[in-house]
Design a binder for this molecule. Structure first.
Ligand code: MG
Length: 309
């Protein structure tokens, strides 16, 4: 991701040092330049953070040519979204087509016309910056500013795999604001939005470890992912959140406590060695716990699992 305060990184790959020098000279005012003289070096530099924002890639190089470098970049998750511009003396249509087929975004022919090179590089860097920003925004809930369900789903998958590998337990907490529809009906949607923002902030503040995550699951429903946590630990987090939300003292005339409260379910398992076989089964368990808390009178925490602590 390009930091707005830092100049973007451009990797220039060419087996002829003079070509690198011309391009570097033209671009150095606007970019931080990295260089590589062959395909293997190009891959080494490109696959190590901080990742380049753009790669200018010579096609004709001894050893690994530009097509192969590009193919490998596109096959690697960490580098597949880095735009590649092919730079070549061979500018007939067939080469251009081949370059675009292996995933290049553009083509620049030698000899360079530097104003054109600069303009194209600038355009592609702007596009890259925008798509990075969109990707970031697409993972954040617009109302509350916390991770959205999409980001939660991705983290959940990753943490599940990690828990299987490390033989750690994994816990979830799911919370739902009590009588939220009545709150919206009575206080209006603006107040409803403010209430959800306060709830999200409060749940976030109730987490103490950097690996823990709270996400907006949808509507007035929030989910908390707790790596390396057992059922007892999940219970504690859920109860801490319940008390903190009640402690916000947000008036709610239609709720039992006369303030906004939350019902929470919690669940935990040992991924890979347990009756719970998948992330979606653990989600079902925590959802059942939440339903139990609602049915038992709200503003409480519940689980359908047996506490073995
Ligand atoms: Mg060459």
């Amino acid at each position: 991701m390009t930091e707005s305060t830092e100049k973007p990184i451009v990797l220039i790959v060419d087996d002829v040092a003079a070509n690198i020098q011309i391009l570097a000279e033209a671009l150095k005012a606007e970019c931080r330049i990295r260089i590589a003289n062959n395909g293997e070096d190009a891959l080494r530099v490109a696959m190590r953070p901080p990742f380049p924002d753009l790669i200018l890639l010579d096609v004709m190089m001894p050893g690994m040519d530009g097509y192969e470098v590009c193919r490998r970049l596109k096959d690697t998750a960490a580098t597949q979204d880095i735009p590649v511009i092919f730079v070549t003396a061979r500018d007939d249509a067939e080469d251009e087509e081949r370059g675009l087929q292996v995933g290049a975004v553009d083509y620049i022919a030698k000899p360079y016309r530097l104003p054109i090179v600069k303009a194209r590089v600038r355009n592609h860097l702007q596009l890259k910056h925008k798509s990075d920003l969109l990707e970031k925004l697409a993972m954040i809930d617009g109302l509350t500013g916390i991770p959205n369900r999409r980001q939660f789903d991705q983290r959940m998958e990753a943490e599940w795999r990690r828990a299987v590998r490390d033989k750690h337990s994994l816990a979830l907490v799911m919370g739902d604001v009590d009588h939220f529809k009545l709150y919206n009906d009575h206080y209006g949607h603006g107040a409803g939005d403010a209430c959800l923002r306060a709830v999200a902030r409060t749940m976030f503040n109730a987490l103490s470890r950097p690996g823990d995550m709270v996400a907006r699951y949808g509507g007035e429903e929030f989910v908390v992912l707790l790596p390396d946590t057992n059922l007892d630990g999940a219970h504690k987090v859920a109860e801490r959140m319940r008390l903190a939300i009640q402690g916000l003292d947000i008036p709610h005339l239609h709720a039992g406590m006369m303030v906004v409260t939350m019902s929470l379910g919690y669940a935990a398992c040992q991924p890979g060695e347990d009756a719970v076989q998948s992330p979606s089964q653990l989600l079902d368990c925590v959802d059942d716990g939440l339903y139990k808390a609602k049915r038992s009178g709200r503003n409480q925490v519940a689980t359908i699992m047996e506490d073995q602590s």
